[in-house]
Design a protein around this ligand. Structure first.
Ligand SMILES: Nc1ncnc2c1ncn2[C@@H]1O[C@H](COP(=O)(O)OP(=O)(O)OP(=O)(O)O)[C@@H](O)[C@H]1O
Length: 301
């Protein structure tokens, strides 16, 4: 595995506020990472530090193999961390040509990048005529001009309508499928679930979880069950080795799984023990439920 970026106890203090608190995680090539956290949790500050626009207070970060200076490493990074700044009276192509000049990249790439973000047919339209979603897509095209190894996006769908959000997410997925590593900051659980393979959850600058999105989503889940004889149901569930906690809520039992089990297995077990179910549903906690659990746990500590 090739490491693109690693953070090691990275910390940022603004006076008394610790915006980022000893944050450590690594970004491996080819994955899509989401930094997920509520507003003010330190996402932008974290991105700002690794992009060298915010000075760190302590800890460190390393780009690529650690032998490249941050200045050189950032040439292989495409990032949008602020509102895109383009000239309103210049067309999409003209704006990107200017970016190429400033960055010293080849303008030959402009068409290819406009195609990736679905703006080729609007290449000669003035920037001021673009919708917010189109402006954001142009910013992504601009960040891709140097064929970056990693694309960094801060809240890429903020302020967009549902169609605009959908388009941006599709574009991110496409870019990722071409092998570009992606790191995006988002306060939207749904976004991270839909777009990312990996997640780092932070709250008040502290890391609560990092790992595969699938892993956090795939706790073994739980059954919701009803039967005429609820007492017998609870008794039998309590004896099953794969079932952990059982919660009685408004005439429905929720049985949390300690080990994987499908609905037909529990149904068969109960039936063999003389109980017929009137209701059975298997569910998994969504990332949202787990995220809320994680953040609540910490606020109680
Ligand atoms: N320049 C600054 N001066 C003082 N405090 C700051 C500064 N920048 C950020 N902070 C504080 O640091 C904390 C983290 O802010 P940051 O913008 O990194 O969070 P965020 O997760 O990106 O939030 P949002 O989604 O709202 O942008 C907040 O408490 C914020 O008020």
């Amino acid at each position: 595995m090739e490491t693109i970026l690693s953070l090691n106890n990275l910390t940022k203090k603004f006076g008394k506020i610790t915006a980022v608190d000893q944050l450590s995680f690594s970004i491996e090539k080819g994955n899509v990472y989401g930094i997920l956290g509520p507003n003010g949790s330190g996402k932008s500050t974290t991105l700002g530090m690794v992009l060298n626009v915010v000075n760190k207070s302590s800890g460190n970060y390393q780009w690529f193999d650690g032998n490249t200076s941050t200045h050189n490493a950032l040439k292989k990074v495409g990032a949008i961390i602020e509102h895109p700044n383009f000239y309103p009276y210049m067309t999409a192509v003209q704006n990107l040509a200017l970016v190429c000049k400033i960055k010293g990249t080849n303008p030959k790439k402009i068409k290819e990048k406009l195609e990736i973000v679905g703006l080729l047919d609007r290449k000669d339209s003035k920037f001021k005529t673009f919708s917010l979603g189109m402006k954001q897509r142009l910013a992504i095209a601009s960040a891709l001009l140097n064929d970056p190894e990693i694309l960094i996006l801060d809240e890429p769908t903020n302020g967009l309508d549902p169609q605009g959000i959908h388009q941006i997410r599709e574009i991110i997925r496409n870019i990722a499928s071409g092998g570009t590593t992606i790191l995006l900051a988002s306060h939207l659980l749904d976004e991270v679930e839909k777009v990312c393979s990996h997640v780092v959850i932070i709250r008040k600058g502290v890391k609560l979880y990092s790992g595969l999105v699938d892993e956090i989503v795939s706790s073994h889940g739980f059954f919701e069950l009803k039967a005429k004889d609820m007492l017998q149901l609870e008794n039998l569930l309590g004896k099953h080795p794969k079932i952990g906690k059982i919660v009685d809520k408004e005439g429905m039992l929720t049985a949390f799984l300690d080990d994987p089990m499908e609905a037909d297995e529990i149904n068969e077990y109960l039936f063999k023990n003389g109980l017929s179910l009137s209701f059975l549903l298997k569910r998994k906690e969504s990332l949202e439920e787990q995220f809320l659990q994680l953040t609540n746990q910490t606020s109680q500590n």
